[in-house]
Every structure is written in structure tokens, then in C-alpha cells.
Design a protein around this ligand. Structure first.
Ligand SMILES: Nc1ncnc2c1ncn2[C@@H]1O[C@H](COP(=O)(O)OP(=O)(O)OP(=O)(O)O)[C@@H](O)[C@H]1O
Length: 538
């Protein structure tokens, strides 16, 4: 009996407190409307019925929203007697006109994404206690929007903030799900976080607690009342149980999201450990940029850290490359120095070589002089006539030759001659040139050389000097061999000496000298025209 009394008393206090709360909110709404559009002709502290009656034609509401946002309700249905406009409920209009104002107001409110109410909430016929709550919520939301607009000059996006007190009266009859409202409330608490972001661990915990608080606030009175009615449990224990179960339920509903965040946080922790292993400062891994302050990890900061590491690697590589380049440079300098020394040595050696070569030439020419300035070689032509007798008796290696005259006595018919060398009839053109070649080299060293073929007709002078009449190089004469050597030696010495080679071919016959290379027969006889000679030489 005592418990029942206590329970009834508590119910009374609770209902009284709710009524006081609703009245205060209603007075605030009326006060704000009067400040906005003028006196409403209702008491300062109107009852719910007086409040509803005042607003039921929609005129006040339409004027208020048009004042906040001009043109929100383009056409407002006025009362028949404008002079009595201050008496809002003086003369009832037809129901459809009321409905049009209220409907236009509700459309405008929804466009602003503010909490609306049902048009039937303004019906005084179906009025019941507490039905003005949603109307009050709507007006107070309009008030908040007005204040936001004045503060922000209409810039940005207005997000309606619903306090638990608003929810308390609003969600009793609204079809809007509690979860959706809870989410809105949670977003309000998470204003500092990025919109649409799944959030960090802290965000999820805050969201869970907020949802729990909002939901529990709706259920707490019923739960407590139930416990009080049964009288079996202590109210404090009941409250604790409600808190614990509610929080557990919220955490379970958010467990998947929290698990994801925990996983991300764990991987972030592993990264931190890895960085610590790399001797990087540990506190760096916990740093986040401003945009990611509420996240478990910061991709921007990780990217920055990675770029710093790459930069450090590049710097190390650059330093190593510089070092290698310097080593290469010094090595190249050493090589250049060695090369310079080698070139110097080579030039010295070349100079020495030139000197030695010059000395060698001098010695060589000295040998040629010692051999004799005039050398006489004898070449014996083969016998072409089989009936002819051989007159050659002896050919010595030392250049001695003994011939025999068959028509004379043995002793008187024998004659001995001495030459530098005697070539037998079988001697080839090459063998003949071997003794002449050293003289050709002396020509290239600046000595004058003359090779003269002498003998009777048919003895083989032309054959020895020019070779046979054929084009075969096998029997090439001394002239061609000598010219070949001259060009070859000129080419070998072209780096040190420049030679000019001139050739002239003349015939001396019967005291007449003729130029055999001249194409003009008139100028072929001696003395030759110089211009013609130069032309030939070219
Ligand atoms: N050593 C040789 N081997 C073979 N044939 C030779 C030799 N010497 C001369 N002859 C030949 O003998 C002939 C006469 O020689 P060549 O014309 O050279 O004589 P030559 O002294 O120039 O006479 P000439 O004073 O009349 O001009 C040529 O047919 C030549 O081919």
C-alpha cells in the first residue's frame, strides 16, 4: 500500500515536470513569434488550447516564415477583416482556407528541412493534452533557423539540431524512426568531424553513447515506472541495469563498424612499430593532419612520412653519387696525368727516333759512298741464236768476268774484266733491282743518283730498264721498280717529309734530244717549253 502511494506520488511529480517543461517551451515559442510579427492577442503564458487556437488559421505561421525567408509562402489567405488582423481567431474562416495556409506553411517548413507537424494538430475540435508539442517543436526549430540565418547571413548549409528535449515531444507521434533521429542527434554531437566519414574509434563510441542516451531517455520513465509498480527492485539498481543494457545494445549494433576501426587502428599501430624499428621517432606515427584529427590513422601523414623517407634515400644516393663522381674525377685526373707523361715520353722517344733515323741515314749513305759513287754492273743477255758461240768463259762472284775470242789463240783470245757484279744470263729483273734499290733510298735522302744502261744494239738495255713489252709485272724493269719504291717511301715518310716527284722521258738520238712524253711533236725537240714540261709533270 505504501509502495503504491509512493508510485502514484512519483507519477504525479513526473507528469507535473513534463507539463512544466512543455509549457516553458510553448511560452518561448509565443514570445519569439510576438517578437517576430507582433502581438498575438494571447496571454503571455497561454494554455495549449489558446496556443493552438491562435495558430489554427495558419496566418501567423505563414507570416512568420515569410519574414524569415521571404516568399516561402507566396500566397497567404488573409482573414476577411484586415482591421481585425490582430484578433487572430476573431472570425472563423472556412476550413479549406485554414488548411491551405497551414499546408503551404508545412510545405515551406519541409523545404527548409525543419521538423513539421500534422495539419490536424491545429484542430481545436480534436484537441487533447500534449498535441501542441510538435507545433511548438516546429516553431522553435524555425526560431533556431532564424537565429542561424542572422548569424551566418544565410551562407552555408543549415543543419537542424534536435536536442533530446525536442525528441522527447516529437517522436511520440511521428512516423519518423527513432534510429534516424538518433543518427541526427549523433551528427550534431559530431559536428567537428567530417560529414559522411565513417569516423574514428572515438566517433563510434561517442555515437553509440549518444544513441543510447537518446533512446534511453525515451524509455527510462517507462522502465522506472514498471520497476516502481512491481516494487521488487530498487530504483537505483533498475536505472543502472537500464544504462548497462542500453549501452551494451548500442555497442553491439555498432560492433561491426567499431571492429573495422579497431582493425585499422591495429594496422596503424603495426606501422608505428615498423617505423620505430627503422629508428624513426615514435611520436611521428601518431601525428595526423588537421583533416584526419579524429581518424585512427592519417593517410596524408603516412604519405608525407613515406616521401620524407624517399627524400632521405635520394639524399643518401646523391651523396654516394657525388662521392663516386669525385673518385672518378680524381681517377680521371690521374689517368690524364699518366697519359700526359706517356705522350711526353713518346714525343721524347720520337725525337730520339728521328735523331737515330737521321744518324742511320747518314751512316747508310756513308756506306753507299764507301761502296763507290760509280758502280758498274754487267748483265749477260741469253743467247737466242743456237748457232752462236758462247764467249763467256768465267763469271766470278767478286764481279770478275773472263771472255774468250774464238778467232784468236787461247791466251791472246782470253780477256778478263772487273765489275761491281756480273749477272749471268739467267738472272731475273728482281735480282738486278736488288743492287739498285739502296740507291733509290739515297734519292729520298737528298742524294743525286743516276742509273745508266749502256751496250750495243740488242744487248738488252731496254729490257733491263723498262722490262718486256707485255703488261706483265713479272718482267717489270728497273724504272718501274724504282718509281714504286719512290712512291712507297714517300708515303711512309709523309708525316715528317713532303716529297714532290717529277718524271721526264727523253730520247737522245743522232745528237737530237726528244721528249718522249710530249703529245705535240713540234715541242718535243730540245729545248723543251717549260709550260709543257710542267703540264706533263702534273
Ligand atoms: N736478259 C734478257 N732476257 C730475255 N730477253 C732479253 C734479255 N735482254 C734482252 N732481251 C731481248 O733481246 C732483244 C733486244 O733487247 P733490247 O731491245 O732490250 O736491246 P737494246 O739494247 O735496247 O737495243 P737497242 O739499242 O737497239 O735499242 C729484245 O727482244 C729483248 O726482249
Amino acid at each position: 500500500m505504501e509502495n503504491v502511494t509512493r508510485s502514484g506520488l512519483h507519477d504525479f511529480h513526473l507528469a507535473s515536470r513534463k507539463a512544466e517543461e512543455a509549457a516553458l517551451r510553448r511560452y518561448r515559442a509565443v514570445y519569439w513569434l510576438e517578437c517576430l510579427i507582433g502581438p498575438l492577442s494571447v496571454p503571455d503564458q497561454p494554455s495549449e488550447r489558446e496556443f493552438i487556437s491562435c495558430l489554427r488559421n495558419g496566418l501567423i505561421l505563414c507570416n512568420a516564415i515569410n519574414k524569415i525567408k521571404p516568399g516561402s509562402v507566396p500566397k497567404v489567405v488573409e482573414t476577411p477583416l484586415p482591421s481585425q488582423s490582430v484578433v487572430w481567431d476573431s472570425k472563423p474562416l472556412p476550413a479549406y482556407q485554414y488548411f491551405e495556409n497551414v499546408r503551404n506553411f508545412l510545405v515551406a517548413v519541409k523545404e527548409l528541412q525543419l521538423p513539421a507537424f500534422e495539419a490536424s494538430d491545429l484542430e481545436t475540435e480534436s484537441f487533447e493534452a500534449g498535441s501542441a508539442g510538435r507545433v511548438v517543436d516546429c516553431i522553435l526549430a524555425l526560431k533556431s533557423y532564424h537565429e542561424w540565418k542572422q548569424t551566418n547571413a544565410g551562407d552555408g548549409f543549415y543543419k537542424n539540431i534536435k536536442s533530446p528535449l525536442v525528441l522527447h515531444s516529437a517522436n511520440k507521434n511521428l512516423s519518423r524512426p527513432l534510429n534516424a533521429l538518433s543518427t541526427d542527434a549523433c551528427r550534431h554531437l559530431n559536428m567537428s568531424a567530417e560529414d559522411g566519414d565513417k569516423g574514428s574509434l572515438e566517433d563510434s563510441i561517442v555515437k553509440a553513447i549518444t544513441d543510447y542516451m537518446v533512446e534511453t531517455k525515451e524509455n527510462i520513465s517507462n522502465n522506472l515506472l514498471a520497476s516502481f509498480h512491481t516494487g521488487k527492485l530498487d530504483p537505483v539498481k533498475t536505472l543502472s541495469k537500464i544504462l548497462a543494457s542500453g549501452l551494451e545494445g548500442q555497442l553491439q549494433s555498432s560492433s561491426a563498424e567499431i571492429e573495422d576501426i579497431l582493425r585499422e587502428w591495429t594496422s596503424s599501430a603495426i606501422q608505428s612499430a615498423y617505423i620505430a624499428k627503422r629508428n624513426l621517432p615514435t611520436n611521428r606515427s601518431t601525428k595526423r593532419c588537421r583533416a584526419c584529427l579524429r581518424k585512427g590513422s592519417c593517410a596524408h601523414w603516412n604519405l608525407l612520412r613515406k616521401q620524407e623517407e624517399d627524400l632521405a634515400d635520394i639524399n643518401a644516393l646523391l651523396a654516394q653519387t657525388k662521392k663516386e663522381f669525385e673518385e672518378l674525377q680524381s681517377q680521371m685526373l690521374n689517368d690524364m696525368k699518366q697519359l700526359g707523361n706517356q705522350v711526353h715520353n713518346m714525343s721524347t722517344a720520337a725525337l730520339g727516333y728521328q735523331q737515330i733515323m737521321q744518324e742511320n741515314r747518314n751512316l747508310y749513305n756513308m756506306v753507299q759512298d764507301l761502296k763507290g759513287n760509280i758502280r758498274v754492273y754487267c748483265r749477260i743477255r741469253p743467247i737466242f741464236n743456237a748457232k752462236a758461240k758462247n764467249v763467256i768463259d768465267f763469271i766470278g762472284e767478286d764481279g770478275s768476268l773472263v771472255v774468250v775470242d774464238p778467232s784468236k789463240l787461247e791466251k791472246a783470245g782470253r780477256k778478263a774484266f772487273q765489275f761491281n757484279r756480273v749477272y749471268c744470263p739467267k738472272a731475273t729483273q728482281d735480282e738486278i733491282f736488288k743492287d739498285t734499290r739502296p740507291l733509290i733510298r739515297s734519292v729520298m735522302d737528298g742524294y743525286n743518283v743516276c742509273i745508266l744502261a749502256y751496250g750495243q744494239t740488242g744487248s738488252g738495255k731496254t729490257y733491263t730498264m723498262c722490262g718486256s713489252s707485255g703488261e706483265s709485272t713479272k718482267d717489270m724493269g728497273i724504272n718501274y721498280f724504282a718509281l714504286n719504291d719512290l712512291f712507297k717511301m714517300s708515303n711512309q715518310r709523309k708525316d715528317t717529309t713532303s716529297y714532290e716527284i717529277h718524271a721526264q722521258m727523253v730520247e737522245i738520238y743522232n745528237e737530237h734530244v726528244r721528249d718522249l712524253l710530249s703529245e705535240d711533236s713540234s715541242s718535243a725537240k730540245y729545248p723543251f717549253h717549260v709550260s709543257l714540261l710542267l703540264k706533263i709533270l702534273k
